[in-house]
Design a protein around this ligand. Sequence first.
Ligand code: ARG
Ligand code: GLU
Length: 722
Amino acid sequence: MYTFKIIRARHFWFLLSAFIATSAFAGEGMWLPFLLKSLNETEMKSMGMKMNAEDIYSVNQGSLKDAVVHFGGFCTAEVISDQGLILTNHHCGYSSIQSHSTLEKNYLKNGFWAPNHEAEIPNPGLFATFIIRIEDVTDQVLEGVKTDMEVKEKQTLIDANLNLIKSTTTKEQWQDVMIKPFFEANQYYMFVTETYNDVRYVGSPPESIGKFGADTDNWVWPRHTGDFSVFRIYAGPDNRPAAYSPDNKPLIPRHFFPISLDGVAEGDFTLVFGFPGKTNEYLPSYAVDQIANVIDPERIEIRNISLGIMDKHMRSEPDARLAYAVKYAGLANSWKKWIGEAQGLKTYHAVQKKKNLELDFIDELQRKKSLCKEYGEILPSMKRLYKEIEPVVKNRTILSEVIGGSNIELFRLTLYADRLVNAFKQNGEDGFQKMATRTLAQLDDFYKDYRKDVDKEIFVALISHLSVTVSPEYLPAYLAKYKSDDLAEKIYSQSIWIFKEKFAESIQKGGASFSSLVNDDMAFQLFEELKEIMDSDLSPAYNVLNDSIQIQQKSYMAALMAVYPDRRFWPDANNTMRFTYGQVEPYTPRDGVEYKTQTYLDGVMEKYKPGDYEFDVDPRLISLYENKDYGQYGENGKMPVCFIASNHTTGGNSGSPAIDAYGNLIGINFDRVWEGTMSDLFYDKSICRNIMVDVRYILFIIDKFAGAGNLIEEMKLVHPKS
Ligand code: ARG
Ligand code: GLU
């Protein structure tokens, strides 16, 4: 890399542009289905795909996209029968499953399978959204917009254009229209959608299968989790979206996935369809550097502290284990991802590789003089802006982790109080009462799992951490007055928050007396000081700089597209429908180690720890294993469980269908490998892999383990390879 400048001659440029071309090649990218024909079809076929673009995305006939739904707006699911049966992850159905579970009927622990349609359980609030068609509406949205317009004037015009498109688009009356910015708002695409609000819980395996390996195995390959659950979409009598009614009928879909019994082999083509949430693939090197060396390390360190304390209590007190299981899993999921991300960015030299791309970009600009005038200043100003924002970002990251309410739960309570006080200030007693009803309901949930001693220990540790890591100008006066353990002693013995009854009683007293009571409370005062620092110092400073960064980022995106007109670009994930494709491929996580692509039930048994909450195995599964009773789902006497491939996925792709060369379902996506979690910022084909449950394991569990053969009968099982 150091020789770069010396040999920056013409032939080197060829080498580098070959690198740039391949860097957005097979593997990388979350592509838009409606552009598949023009951008991806040829490459996909060269990788082994046997379908045509029209089979995957069509507005004229049923196609694969018609069997893929946005599940509750946070996950993906796929239709697998002509009666609206859908498959998603266990962790996507988790809160529904939990909401139907009681101590007597514990579906999380024991699993559940509805024996017939009548026994399928409604989930108020849960929905499934289909995409009917996608169109590029950039020209209409930007109609009349001039570069020299004021920001406000521009926005007003854009908003008016958006409204006009929405109101004039041809659509059925039960359909919706959504328009979203892409490529940093350099382009706009429209989605016509259909949302079904009657989605019922059909079944799921016990947690010992659906969450096998839990947090220890989370983000890790080799993996042995049967992370799936089954739901069904119901429609009105006309097969259209309808509010829940016992008279609704199972949806007749435009398309459903046949399911392959043939499994995958290394090198096989794979396609993953779904709703990825957010990526930042076009950031400059300075931004990636800041994430790897400032943001990730700060938040990892804070969670090291709080998770360490929770874990200590969870291991020695059964009661704390129950109370903190869900909270721990939530905190640990991002924590573990950030560790993998920061490490991956360093190990794979992401910053240096981005710098090399930037050098080439500058080189190109120098050759294309007209572009140079327009875009020549972007990188230098971004460099300056990122340097300037760094201390703000660092302090803001620490403060928001500490007061956000997930680590120190006391600050969730003070946040509730703050909300109540504000409701009273803004809307008087009426507003206060409305907020009070909402808050009282939340308090039940909160206190059920609240342990004062655990929280106090986390408070002491994190407040001490805050006082030594945050710059003095951003520290509250309180912390100069008290040491963190004295402060904790006072707060956790006196504060009204610690006991539910006290908090609830103070709410009953009405807005005026609640507000004055609260203002005398130390915990509230500390919270308000910290919040004031955030709202009045850090956030305004952050917003000013970040707005400038966003303006530059938008130009940078436009510049990249102008400078490399022949390169294919994919827009960062933004919760809209995308597909990604790759191949079943092994990877080398470190020197001397190669990870295979497939795991088997043997691995579940290797990890088996009787009685352990993460690695226990159900006796029925052990007996199926011992008898090799795999029915038509086994492969050479073994039961496949999970596999990996080089598909570019992110959060939101959970539950996404993994599809073979012919359009059959081969698995469902549920995770990525730890070494490759940097792919949200920098995709490296050598290391980034997504993890899927093998669909044969799903069928085996439904059929052989749960005896829900009625569901198997609805499906269409196929043998594409024979
Ligand atoms: N890592 C996966 C995702 O990001 C799975 C998370 C659920 N599993 C868990 N053990 N917390 O969502
Ligand atoms: N488990 C993630 C989700 O729920 C998917 C894994 C990823 O981030 O790639 O969306």
